[in-house]
Design a binder for this molecule. Structure first.
Ligand code: A3P
Length: 251
């Protein structure tokens, strides 16, 4: 979970530590900026199949109906894990997010953000991206886990939602499926104030951008220099050399 300490009081953080885990709980495990809010929205819509008004839970609004989980206890049998990942674009999303988040006193230049990302020193995150993906993926057979990529969601949202519904054993009519898809498109989610942290004026500096920023894959090409890209690719190739899933870098 991406916790911005300035936005959470100690009592809230204690409650997370003491959270009682039930067999039916579903955990969304994402590296920050990889589509966390998007998956939350889909899960809420799947839970309330007939929902016609979109809503999103964020740390600043209601407690999520679906608890978030990152590096806490390992899920027990019966619990489901939904894993989301995004790759070079995570870094770009981070870069813009850091510039728009007032409480994150962090590097503002893309090069510094890149170096921190590659060095696993992303503010507010305990693990680097490579470790996060590899560690969780290594448990895909012993945990009840569905591994989803951001890129897959961008390329075929309907199929991914069907896959999630099957994984959760949630039956959906064709109309219900279409409803979930409709309310989780970028265009529609961008209209939801909570999805843009609009109520959290102390968090986001609107002048610097919105949380629902671009929602695409391949935006890294507009940010990386050739040298930065080569450096990223080299480290990526070393870190992910035995990883069995191939990555999608653009549409
Ligand atoms: P960008 O900054 O690249 O636009 P997280 O919720 O983990 O912080 O991830 C935020 C990223 O997910 C942002 O990426 C945001 O735009 C993207 N996102 C959120 N909802 C989305 C949707 N419905 N479709 C596509 N991307 C979405």
């Amino acid at each position: 979970m991406f916790i911005v300490p300035e936005l959470h009081n100690p009592e809230e953080l204690d409650q997370i530590q003491d959270l009682e885990i039930r067999d039916t709980d579903v955990f969304v495990v994402t590296y920050p900026k990889s589509g966390t809010i998007w998956l939350q929205q889909i899960l809420l819509l799947l839970q309330f199949k007939e929902l016609h008004h979109s809503r999103v839970s964020t740390p600043q609004s209601d407690p999520p109906a679906v608890p978030l989980h990152a590096h806490r206890a390992q899920p027990q049998e019966g619990q489901g894990d939904l894993r989301g990942q995004k790759s070079k674009d995570v870094l770009v999303s981070f870069y813009h997010f850091q510039n728009a988040v007032k409480v994150l006193e962090t590097d503002k230049s893309f090069d510094e953000v890149l170096e921190r990302f590659l060095g696993g020193r992303v503010p507010g995150v305990g693990k680097n991206w490579f470790e996060h993906i590899k560690t969780w993926f290594s448990h895909k057979d012993d945990l009840n886990m569905l591994f989803i990529t951001y890129e897959e969601m961008i390329q075929d949202l309907t199929s991914v939602i069907k896959k999630i519904a099957d994984f959760l054993e949630t039956e959906l009519t064709q109309d219900q499926l279409q409803n979930v898809v409709k309310h989780s498109t970028f265009k529609n989610m961008k209209k939801i104030p909570q999805a843009n942290y609009e109520q959290a004026s102390k968090l986001m500096d609107k002048q610097q951008g919105s949380f629902m920023r671009k929602g695409t894959i391949g935006d890294w090409k507009n940010h990386f220099t050739v040298a930065q890209n080569e450096r990223f690719d080299k480290i990526f190739a070393e870190e992910m050399k035995d990883f069995p899933v191939s990555f999608i870098w653009d549409e």
